[in-house]
Design a protein around this ligand. Structure first.
Ligand code: PA5
Ligand code: NI
Length: 195
């Protein structure tokens, strides 16, 4: 019987200034056009794109492992500051395709929030900033929101076979939105929640 290849230990060095890993395998860039239909103010998005403006919303620096049980992948997300109308920039959000898998986020820079939601629509929000370690249990969709003035950076550690299911949460939508009101970030119920 062929033995599986023994994975080798490795170290990741995060740049102290930016929080970005000095070495990574893949970099994903998500621009406004990639988040079409995600923000509440569609007109704002389409207007901006029509004027040739397509800002970067976030970047993900990935250190993936092959998708097999017992391995962890790492990913560092840089979520830019900004708003679409009154809504702060956020990541798409997803469930894990392999349901019984958890994830850990380690806040590195900036200031923001982690929004979690179950299939039945239960919602929890937790602060995510430098020094916060947040545990995401299985079966909770998760989205991060940058409510600060600078870049929000965090490291995610997750089973390499967890997979990302974007469709299910996109269909139902997150029940809560994070908007700016009177200069402060405020959590409101989503007016466009599709049942
Ligand atoms: O694994 C994670 O949960 C993160 O690395 C996210 O993938 C990352 O923050 C980008 O968010 P999303 O995958 O929802 O676009
Ligand atoms: Ni995840």
């Amino acid at each position: 019987m062929k033995m599986p290849k023994l994975p080798k230990p490795f170290q990741v060095v995060l740049d102290p200034k930016t929080g970005i890993p000095r070495r990574y395998e893949r970099k994903l860039v998500r621009r406004l056009s990639d988040l079409r239909g995600f923000f509440l103010d569609n007109e704002f998005v389409e207007g901006k794109l029509a004027r040739g403006k397509n800002p970067i919303i976030y970047e993900v620096y990935e250190i993936p492992q092959s998708p097999s049980e017992g391995l962890f992948s790492l990913a560092c997300t840089v979520l830019h500051p900004g708003k679409v109308g009154r809504e702060y920039y956020f990541t798409k959000g997803h469930f894990h395709a392999k349901e019984p898998t958890s994830e850990v986020y380690v806040g590195l820079k900036g200031k923001g929030m982690l929004l979690l939601q179950t299939r039945k629509g239960m919602v929890v929000h937790l602060p995510l900033e430098a020094g916060n370690v947040v545990y995401i249990p299985p079966r909770w969709a998760h989205r991060t929101i940058n409510t600060g003035k600078g870049k929000m950076v965090f490291l995610a550690i997750y089973p390499s076979d967890a997979g990302h299911d974007y469709e299910r949460i996109k269909k139902s939508g997150f029940a809560k939105l994070v908007v700016e009101r009177g200069g402060k970030s405020t959590l409101i119920s989503s007016p466009s929640l599709k049942k």
